[in-house]
Design a protein around this ligand. Sequence first.
Ligand code: ACO
Length: 403
Amino acid sequence: VVDIGKLYAQTGMFTYDPGFTSTAACESKITYIDGDEGVLLYRGYPIEQLAEHGDFLETCYLLLYGELPTPAQKADFDYRVTRHTMVHDQMQRFFQGFRRDAHPMAVMVASVGALSAFYHDSTDITDEKQRMIASMRMIAKMPTLAAMAYKYTIGQPFIYPKNDLDYTSNFLRMCFAVPCEEYQANPVLSRALDRIFILHADHEQNASTSTVRLAGSSGANPFACIAAGIACLWGPAHGGANEAALKMLEEIGKPERVGEYVAKAKDKNDPFRLMGFGHRVYKNYDPRARIMAKTTHEVLNELGIKDDPLLDVAMELEQIALKDEYFIEKKLYPNIDFYSGITLKAMGFPTSMFTVLFALARTVGWIGQWAEMIEDPSQKIGRPRQLYVGPSKREYVSIAQRG
Ligand code: ACO
């Protein structure tokens, strides 16, 4: 590892690294990825064990504080999150300003950014207590805002949080309950969604997390930083890939057409890519994709869906791609987004909500990374350099003398 900052101070040399493929911008103790071996650890714990045995709020605690909670710590943390699930009543009027057909991610970017206008008392980043309250507020309010974004687009009234429920069942209720009718979340689906949240909770310095850190490095308030992360996540090469992957599977339609799409993905003259395939860091099977595939089967089984054409297409696509020279040579494997869309669709979420659910879960990772940066005394404002390739110095010509 070369400290380029020191090298620059001594020699004026700096690196040119588009996409930051080989540049570390920070030290972090939160998440470890071994992309060649397909390993993902949160604070040292394998993702497989956390997904199998833990719950999402326990993962939140681990990511934020570095250790798994004791029962008393867990109860206290759950209580603190629960206390903050309501949003300011005036937020409802803020929502009314959006068109009904607005993409819920657009609503999320705006409404999370707007939290800084509603909760001034937790925007001073120099005050540790305010930072903690802002963190709790965001983890707690994301499900409420996400459900409101959904309810608004389908024209149904907002459902208030019911805080004797667990985090994920409460969210499912806010999305799918309707007034005057009893609603109870299916425990199998609730557990599956909770696991999906665990899988998405953090992933070290991906594009949206780096965006949050960069925004935060200027001293911007945490709500504004998380809104920046949500905006970045929306892109189809990042969090938007789950929506794009499902659309692709629907477009393929039947297993017999998979070959045609694999050929398109390999064609250098065709910009088409297999959505849900490939990863900047994983050059092996994404460990989250494996857990996600298992979760997909559990959810479809619970819902009694025996033959899901999308699952048939996905499985055929995976089989063909994994044996194909092109995908083997480029080390392209299914990523977490490949199966998540099928699962979320079966649970009743429309495609436009997929990235919203990702943002909900990733909020804790963004906050943890943001807090780690704020607490790091060596932290500087992020300021990438550039390789200037424009014209060299030239003289101004008055408009009358041009043309
Ligand atoms: N289908 C076909 N070919 C692909 C794919 C794909 N999905 N992904 C990469 N390749 C090819 C590229 O064409 C390139 O080929 P070349 O070497 O002949 O030029 C090579 O593999 C390397 O690709 P890059 O784009 O340079 O790799 P990078 O690390 O920058 O990209 C990315 C990673 C963006 C995820 C890419 O694999 C991709 O676009 N995948 C589809 C979108 C997707 O699923 N995104 C979700 C990522 S996971 C997440 O955000 C939670």
